[in-house]
Design a protein around this ligand. Structure first.
Ligand code: TXA
Ligand code: MG
Length: 339
């Protein structure tokens, strides 16, 4: 049984700190999704995270810090653009890649000279980092490998309770509901989005202006799992157990709707291609008012709920517009659909 901790209670926060110092993983809330945290500078703590998630060790972990100062001596700032992005987006859901120093174990970065870092905005995650007095926490999403990221403490218990997770800190439902955007700065004039997420391409492009080239690694690039640079780019990921069909077609007759299926729509204004007129076992619309932030915050929770329905054969998801958070939503659905 996983205990759910209230970190506003000093004894319960101290319990989480003690477990982490004993190099055991603890579930933590963040504004994006829940994480499975361990001391980033301990190989033993990192190994415990990989083991509990059943995560292959070629897939590196994000390091979380309470402040920019807490990263001193752990990373190398190479570009003014890295500072500019950190100052604009931290604390918050942007993860930046830096050259690492020897203070960061190779296991954390899967042997890469680059380490991914962010300062989370969630108050309970911040409280935990402060209680650790500047120690860094590695934290992948708190799900078993390739499954759906958890957006509540109950999700974390369901995912990792059976694999021995002792405790998760309560932090409510995640505000963003999508993982952080992972970005690599290549030069003062060029950055690349390695994984789309809670900070949209348009947001970054607007902030950077026309002097900086912003590249987007395409989701269907078909990279193979051993040479992948940001394994959140693995083709199949974020998948429910129920087979998911990402219906990008335009003609209704291209697709025969299987029995006992659910239709998942993102925004009311998206083209439903007539599919809404079928008789579905279930239909879900994530945002009646067509707000992508609302849809994003509900996406993983709804996929999890659909996955729990008895006898559901398929989930048929329709794409939303390829703009703003819509890009990250489509990206997750595309990956969830691959088998
Ligand atoms: O929002 C988030 O990022 C959450 C919360 C807990 O912070 N964490 C999260 O971690 O989503 P995870 O492990 O599920 O996804 C991390 C992504 C993966 O796509 C991984 O490949 C990439 O970041 N990544 C981590 N370290 C990297 C590195 N050194 N180089 C390239 N990509 C890296
Ligand atoms: Mg993940």
């Amino acid at each position: 049984m996983t205990v759910i901790l209230d970190s506003s209670d000093s004894d319960q926060l101290a319990f989480a700190v003690r477990r982490l110092r004993e190099l055991k993983p603890v579930g933590v809330p963040s504004e994006t999704v829940y994480g499975l945290a361990g001391l980033a500078q301990s190989e033993k703590a990192l190994a415990a995270i990989f083991h509990m998630k059943n995560r292959p060790n070629f897939d590196p972990l994000i390091v979380h810090a309470s402040s920019i100062e807490a990263l001193d001596g752990k990373i190398i700032w190479e570009f003014a653009l890295q500072k500019k992005l950190a100052e604009r987006y931290w604390p918050g859901p942007l993860t930046l890649l830096f050259r690492k120093t020897d203070e960061i174990p190779d296991l954390c970065t899967a042997g890469s000279p680059w380490v991914a870092c962010r300062i989370p905005a969630h108050p309970q995650f911040q409280a935990l980092l402060r209680a650790l007095e500047g120690e860094l926490l590695a934290a992948p999403s708190a799900n078993r490998f390739a499954s759906i990221s958890p957006t509540s403490s109950q999700d974390v218990c369901a995912e990792l309770g059976p694999y021995g997770l002792e405790a998760v800190i309560e932090g409510g439902v995640c505000e963003r509901g999508l993982e952080s955007t992972v970005v690599k700065v290549h030069s003062e004039q060029g950055i690349e989005i390695l994984r789309q997420g809670a900070v949209s391409y348009e947001d970054l492009a607007g902030f950077l202006g026309s002097e900086v080239l912003l590249e987007l690694r395409s989701s269907g690039s078909g990279i193979d799992e051993t040479q992948v640079e940001s394994p959140g780019q693995l083709k199949r990921h974020y998948a429910p157990r129920t087979p998911l069909v990402f219906f990008e077609g335009t003609q209704l007759n291209e697709f025969v709707v299987p029995e006992k299926s659910a239709l998942l729509r993102i925004c009311a204004e998206d083209d439903a291609r007539g599919l809404e007129r079928h008789s579905w076992g279930h239909t879900v619309l994530l945002s009646e008012s067509s707000e992508l932030s609302e849809a994003a915050s509900k996406l993983f929770r709804v996929l999890r709920q659909l996955d729990q329905l008895e006898g559901l054969q398929h989930i048929v998801a329709l794409p939303t517009k390829e703009l703003g958070l819509g890009r990250a939503i489509n990206d997750r659905l595309k990956r969830a659909a691959l088998y």
